[in-house]
Design a protein around this ligand. Sequence first.
Ligand SMILES: [Zn+2]
Length: 305
Amino acid sequence: MKAKGLQFVTILTFLLAGCFPKPAPSGRVQVMATNSIIGDVVKEVGKEAINLSVLLPPGADPHSYEPSPQDLVKASQARIIFINGAGLEEAFLKRLLENASPNAHIVDLSEGIELLPFEGEEPGEHHAEHEVDPHIWLDPINVITWTNHIASALGEVDPQNANFYRRNAEDYAKKLQALDAWIKEMVDKIPPERRKLIVDHMALGYFAKRYGFKQIGAITPSVTTLAEPSAQEIARLMELIRKEKVPAIFVSASANPKAAERIAQDTGVKVVTLYMGSLSGPGGPASSYLELMRYNVSAITEALK
Ligand SMILES: [Zn+2]
């Protein structure tokens, strides 16, 4: 009888867990994510078991954002703060950490990811010597690493729901794998000799490496948007666009498109907007990370095929 009862409980648990994953009714964990892309992935793992606040609003440039005093109050209430790391939050990380609760867990999502060095044409001009490329999320396989970090951190602070977080992370990782397969199919439509990217700033390094592109130039030849290009740099880029016969410049939706528009006009190429450092607003074409990647890859394929 005892064995039968146990079996019944096991099946019931399996049914409840497998079909309708629900968090255990513990107090919701207060969580902060520094930007909307991280926030979306954290929400996929934490779902209704967490209370999430996102520091940067959609559309904000992650390289130059200045947090408001209200932002910093929210940071002081979080049990966990998820940051991208790899230098992305450099402009405000110090202030954020100073304002965080002393008990807060700061989780650097770039941990364990192989960071790409920034390969500029002229080292030292716009960037520090050891600068790395922070745009790790533009390779969805890196976001699988994020989901594992997120599930572990949430499970540590809220052990009652550790399995719930783990299951959500696994479900979401499957979607990321499917996204990766879809991107490969899309990129197959672009002839290899046309897989050349010119961008507003060097944001597509991880994307290029995974899917066989070359990031050949940028208006701001830096992994951040903080530097201004010189007249010579712009002239050199225009020469490159003509020589390589690229049909488009890809510009981050959170960047100022003025320089790109001028260069495009003078060289006869198109300006194509991508969502690189932030989601769009809720009604926009990139209101989740999965949509952001689908939107970008469709736009890149359309422009280069
Ligand atoms: Zn960027």
